[in-house]
Design a protein around this ligand. Structure first.
Ligand SMILES: [Zn+2]
Length: 860
C-alpha cells in the first residue's frame, strides 16, 4: 500500500520519525545521500547521488591537487606577517591545522577558502566575498573516510558556566572559541577577532601544559569545536524563556472547504500532536482561529468537556472573549485539541460563505498571542481577499519592464510583520489558489512572513488529489523541525573586514545596526552576508602584532530560547587563510556558495528597484571580471578556465535563465507572477545546495524496460536537441520533479506510469498514490519509485511530482526553463559555449565545457 503519511522527517530532538528507519540525509555540502527507509523499501545507495558524488570528488580532487604547493606558497607568503608577531600567529592547537576547528561547512562557509588580504587585491580579482550561514542548522555527523554526511539531528554540544558570565572578549564581545590564544600560563587570553588581551577569570582558569595547551583542554568543548551552544545566564533574558506557541489560523470559507485542504491540514496537525512531535513537549501552547466573513475563536480550557466556539461578526472591532483560554497548554488540553482537530472540518462542511476577512483574522491572532509571542500559521484560500484595499493590485502600464511587480503594492503587511517580529511573533503563510489564474498579490502578502522571520508556502490551483501530499509534507516538516524562539542573530568578523550587505528574508532589529530579528528561526534557514577587506582600518599596533593576521576569523551568534525553555547562544566559528596570491582565491573557490551568492545578490538588486536588464548586466559584469582576472592570474601561458570556474560559469548561466530572473514585461498580475515571487522568497531562505538544481537541473530518460535504481540512468545534456520524442524524462530542478512525456514513446510506459492507453488520455492531475499504487509488485514501477525517492531526498521539504506533455505550450515552456545549456530559453537565449566565450573574451573555450552544444550535464 502506498504510504501517504507525511511523517518522513527526522524528529526534533534527534530520533527518527516513527516510520523512518535509519534516515540518513546528505548534507547539502557533501552532496551525497544515503538512507535506508524500511517502509519505502528504498535502497541503500542511490545512483543519482553517486553521479553527483563522483563529480564532487572530482571537484575536490581539483582542489586537492593544488594543496601541497598551495600550502607551501601560503606558508612562505605569510612568513613576513609572522615574523613581526611576537606572540606567534597560531593558537595552541591539538590539531594539525587551524581549519580543523571550523564549523561544518553546511553551517558556515565562505565563497572561497583563500581570502585576499587586501582590498586592492580583492577588487582586482573581483571575487565576491560571501559568507553563507545556517544559524540554527542541524549538526551533521561526518564520516571522514568517504565524506558521507548524515543528517541525524545530532545535538550541538552545549557549554554551561552556571551563573558565571559566559567567557567573552571584554572589548569586541566575541565568545570564547578554539581560535583564542592563552598566554602567561593561562592567566590571560588573546581574542582572535580583535587582538585584545583579556584576563582569564578565576572560574575559567587552567594552567598550560608543556606544549602550551590548557591542562583541561579535553574537557573544554568550546575550545575544541567550531559550533557550540552556550547556556545563558539571567543576564541574557528580559523574561523567562517563552513556551513554544503555535496558533493556527484557518480559512473556512466555502471556496477553501471545497478544495479539501482543511481535512488535510487538521489530520496533519493531529498526527504531529498525537506523536508528540511539536517542539517543546510539556511546555507547548496551542490555539486555533478560523475565519470566513467572521472570525471564530475556540475556548480550549482544560476543564471543559468539549471546545467552545465564539463567533465575532464585527470584524472592524475584534473583541476577544476569555483570551487566557484561547491559547492553552497542549498537554493540559490535549483531549480538547484532538476533539477540535477531529471535528473542525465537519463544522463548516455545509458553509455557503464565500467572503474572507483575512486582515481581521490577522489582527485577532495578534491579539491573542502578543502577550507571549509565538508562531502564527495562516492558511488562506478564498479569492475575495484580493478585493481588500491592502491587497488590490495596482493598475500599471504594460510597457515598462514591470519591476514594480517584484515589489509590494501596500506597506500594511510589511509594517504588521515588523511589528509582530518585535513582539516575538512570526508568521508562516500557506497560500492557496483554486481555479486558473487566480492572482493573490503574493509579494505583498509575503511581507508578513518576510518581516517576521516566517515561511511562505504557495499552492497554485490547489486540489487535494494532486497536491495534497506536497501540502501535508510541507506542513508536517514546518511543524516538526527544530525551532528556536525569541532570537537575535549577528556575525562578527576579525579586524580589518567590514560587512557590506546581508541577504535573505531579514528584518534588522530596531535601534540596532546589524542584529537580525528571529522571533522564531528554523533549522533550514540560511542567511548570506557580503564582506570586504578594509585597508583603511586603523588598529592599535600592539593589537595588530598580537592578532593572527594570516586568517580571517568569523564568528556567528544566535541568542535564542530553546523549545525546552533554556536561554542559549549558538555560536559557529571559522578561520579562513588570507593570501596575497591572485590565483589562490580562485583555486579554492566554493562554486556552490559563489553561485548562491550571485542568486541572493540578484534578488537584492531587484528589490532595490533596479530593473532586470541592470540586474543581469551587473551579474554578467561581475562574472566577466572574475573570469578575466582569473585568467590573468594564471602564471602559465595556458589561457583556459579550470573546471571549477567553468562550472561556476554554467551555474550562473542557469541563474540568468531561471524563472525568477525572468522580466515581468509579459506578465500581467496573475498566478504566474505570484509563482515567481514565491520562488524569489524561497531562494532567499534556501541553502546553496538547495538552489543549485534550479540553475543546473538533472534530467534522466526513464523509457527503459530494464530501469534499474541501482544502476542509475545517465544524466542527459541540458539542451533541447537531447530531449527525444521517443522517450519519457524525469526532470528535477530542486523545487519539483517533472515527467516529460514524448509524443512517440512506447505505450508500455504510459500504461505503466499513468494508467492510460495513450498520450492523449494521460490525466495530468494524476496523483502520486495513483501512479505508484502497488509499485512493489511491478519491477519497473519499483525502480521508478526508488529513483523518484532518490531525487526527492536531495531536498527538504518535499518536492512535488508533475506531468508535462510534449507539444503542449506550457509544458514546453517549463521544460525549456530547465535546459540551461542551449539557446532555446526565451528569457535569456544564450548557449553555454557562446556565453563562456563572451564572459572570457574568447579565452575560456577549453576543458570539459568545450564540447559541441555546451558542457556535459552532471556537474555537481
Ligand atoms: Zn575581541
Amino acid at each position: 500500500m502506498y504510504n501517504k503519511n507525511p511523517s518522513r522527517y527526522p524528529q526534533p530532538g534527534g530520533g527518527a520519525a516513527p516510520d523512518q528507519q535509519n534516515y540518513q540525509h546528505a548534507d547539502a555540502y557533501g552532496q551525497q545521500q544515503q538512507y535506508n527507509n524500511a517502509q519505502y523499501g528504498a535502497n541503500t545507495y542511490n545512483a543519482a547521488q553517486t553521479a553527483q558524488y563522483q563529480q564532487y570528488q572530482q571537484n575536490d580532487q581539483n582542489n586537492q591537487q593544488y594543496q601541497t604547493t598551495q600550502n607551501d606558497q601560503y606558508n612562505y607568503q605569510n612568513n613576513e606577517v609572522k615574523a613581526t608577531n611576537n606572540y606567534g600567529s597560531q593558537p595552541q592547537t591539538a590539531k594539525n591545522s587551524l581549519e580543523e576547528f571550523n564549523s561544518d561547512k553546511s553551517l558556515l562557509r565562505m565563497t572561497t577558502d583563500r581570502v585576499p588580504n587586501t582590498n586592492t587585491l580583492q577588487k582586482e580579482i573581483a571575487l565576491p566575498l560571501g559568507v553563507i550561514v545556517k544559524p540554527y542548522g542541524d549538526l551533521p555527523t561526518v564520516n571522514i573516510y568517504n565524506k558521507l554526511y548524515y543528517y541525524q539531528g545530532e545535538e550541538t554540544p552545549s557549554v554551561s558556566f552556571g551563573q558565571k558570565p559566559i567567557v567573552r572578549c571584554k572589548d569586541c564581545r566575541a565568545y570564547v572559541n578554539p581560535f583564542i590564544r592563552f598566554i602567561e600560563n593561562g592567566m590571560k587570553w588573546i581574542c582572535n577577532i580583535c587582538g585584545d588581551i583579556n584576563p582569564t577569570d578565576n572560574y575559567y582558569y587552567s594552567p598550560l601544559n608543556s606544549v602550551g595547551l590548557r591542562q583541561d583542554y579535553e574537557d573544554r568543548v568550546e575550545l575544541r569545536q567550531g559550533s557550540v551552544d552556550f547556556v545563558a545566564s539571567n543576564e541574557y533574558m528580559n523574561r523567562p524563556p517563552m513556551p513554544p506557541t503555535y496558533v493556527f489560523v484557518l480559512d473556512v470559507s466555502k471556496p477553501a472547504i471545497d478544495t479539501g485542504y482543511l481535512q488535510l491540514a487538521t489530520s496533519t496537525i493531529k498526527s504531529v500532536v498525537e506523536n508528540k512531535l511539536l517542539p517543546g513537549g510539556e511546555r507547548t501552547r496551542i490555539g486555533f482561529i478560523t475565519y470566513d466573513s467572521s472570525v471564530h475563536f475556540y475556548n480550549l480550557r482544560s476543564t471543559l468537556k468539549q471546545p467552545q466556539m465564539f463567533v465575532t461578526t464585527d470584524t472592524e472591532q475584534i473583541f476577544i472573549p476569555q483570551p487566557e483560554d484561547l491559547v492553552v497548554n497542549l498537554s493540559d488540553s490535549y483531549d480538547l485539541v484532538i476533539n477540535l482537530l477531529d471535528n473542525l472540518p465537519q463544522y463548516f462542511v455545509k458553509t455557503q460563505v464565500i467572503d474572507n476577512c483575512f486582515v481581521s483574522a490577522l489582527q485577532a491572532a495578534n491579539l491573542i498571542t502578543n502577550s507571549i509571542g509565538g508562531k502564527l500559521i495562516f492558511f488562506q484560500l478564498a479569492q475575495t481577499i484580493i478585493k481588500h484595499p491592502m491587497l488590490a493590485p495596482k493598475t500599471l502600464p504594460n510597457t515598462a519592464e514591470r519591476i514594480d511587480l517584484v515589489n509590494s503594492t501596500n506597506p500594511y503587511f510589511a509594517n504588521t510583520g515588523t511589528e509582530l517580529g518585535h513582539l516575538h511573533m512570526s508568521c508562516d503563510l500557506f497560500i492557496f489558489t483554486h481555479g486558473k489564474n487566480q492572482y493573490k498579490n503574493l509579494q505583498t502578502f509575503a511581507d508578513l512572513a518576510r518581516k517576521s522571520s516566517g515561511n511562505l508556502f504557495y499552492y497554485q490551483d490547489f486540489n487535494s488529489r494532486t497536491f495534497g501530499l506536497k501540502f501535508s509534507n510541507e506542513l508536517y516538516h514546518s511543524l516538526v523541525r527544530r525551532t528556536a524562539w525569541e532570537g537575535v542573530f549577528r556575525i562578527r568578523t576579525s579586524a580589518g573586514f567590514n560587512q557590506i550587505r546581508s541577504f535573505g528574508n531579514i528584518q534588522i532589529k530596531q535601534k540596532t545596526a546589524d542584529l537580525i530579528l528571529c522571533p522564531s528561526i528554523d533549522s533550514d534557514r540560511v542567511y548570506v552576508y557580503e564582506i570586504e577587506k578594509n585597508d583603511l582600518h586603523t588598529e592599535d599596533p600592539n593589537r595588530l602584532a598580537r592578532r593572527d593576521c594570516s586568517h580571517i576569523y568569523l564568528q556567528t551568534a544566535l541568542l535564542y530560547s530553546t523549545s525546552e525553555g533554556e536561554r542559549r547562544i549558538r555560536v559557529h566559528n571559522t578561520a579562513v587563510p588570507l593570501t596575497n596570491m591572485k590565483h589562490l582565491p580562485f583555486e579554492f573557490i566554493d562554486v556552490n556558495a559563489t553561485t548562491h551568492y550571485f542568486a541572493r545578490a540578484a534578488l537584492n538588486i531587484l528589490q532595490t528597484n533596479l530593473n532586470f536588464t541592470v540586474c543581469r548586466g551587473m551579474i554578467e559584469m561581475n562574472l566577466t571580471n572574475l573570469c578575466r582576472s582569473m585568467l590573468k592570474s594564471q602564471q602559465s601561458i595556458k589561457q583556459s578556465l579550470p573546471d571549477n570556474i567553468q562550472y561556476l560559469v554554467l551555474y550562473v548561466l542557469g541563474l540568468l535563465k531561471s524563472q525568477f530572473m525572468t522580466p515581468t514585461k509579459q506578465i500581467v498580475p496573475g498566478d504566474a507572477l505570484d509563482y515567481l515571487n514565491y520562488l524569489r522568497f524561497a531562494i532567499n531562505s534556501m541553502s546553496p545546495e538547495e538552489t543549485l538544481p534550479l540553475f543546473n537541473p538533472q534530467i534522466i530518460n526513464i523509457a527503459d524496460y530494464n530501469l534499474d535504481d541501482q544502476n542509475f540512468p545517465q544524466l542527459e545534456n541540458l539542451d533541447r536537441a537531447s530531449i527525444l520524442p521517443s522517450n519519457i524524462y524525469l526532470c528535477y530542478n530542486g523545487l519539483a520533479l517533472y515527467f516529460f512525456v514524448g509524443t512517440d514513446c512506447d505505450p508500455f510506459f504510459i500504461q505503466t506510469i499513468f494508467k492510460a492507453n495513450d498520450i492523449a488520455h494521460i490525466d495530468r492531475l494524476i496523483s502520486e498514490e495513483e501512479i505508484f499504487a502497488g509499485y512493489e509488485t511491478t519491477p519497473y514501477l519499483n525502480s521508478l519509485y526508488n529513483i523518484v525517492t532518490s531525487f526527492r531526498y536531495q531536498r527538504q521539504p518535499y518536492v512535488e511530482l508533475r506531468v508535462l506533455i510534449n507539444g503542449d505550450a506550457e509544458s514546453e515552456s517549463i521544460l525549456r526553463s530547465m535546459l540551461v545549456v542551449d539557446n532555446q530559453n526565451s528569457g535569456y537565449p544564450m548557449d553555454f559555449t557562446k556565453f563562456l566565450a563572451t564572459i572570457t573574451g574568447g579565452g575560456g573555450l577549453h576543458g570539459p565545457g568545450a564540447a559541441v552544444g555546451g558542457a556535459p550535464a552532471a556537474y555537481y
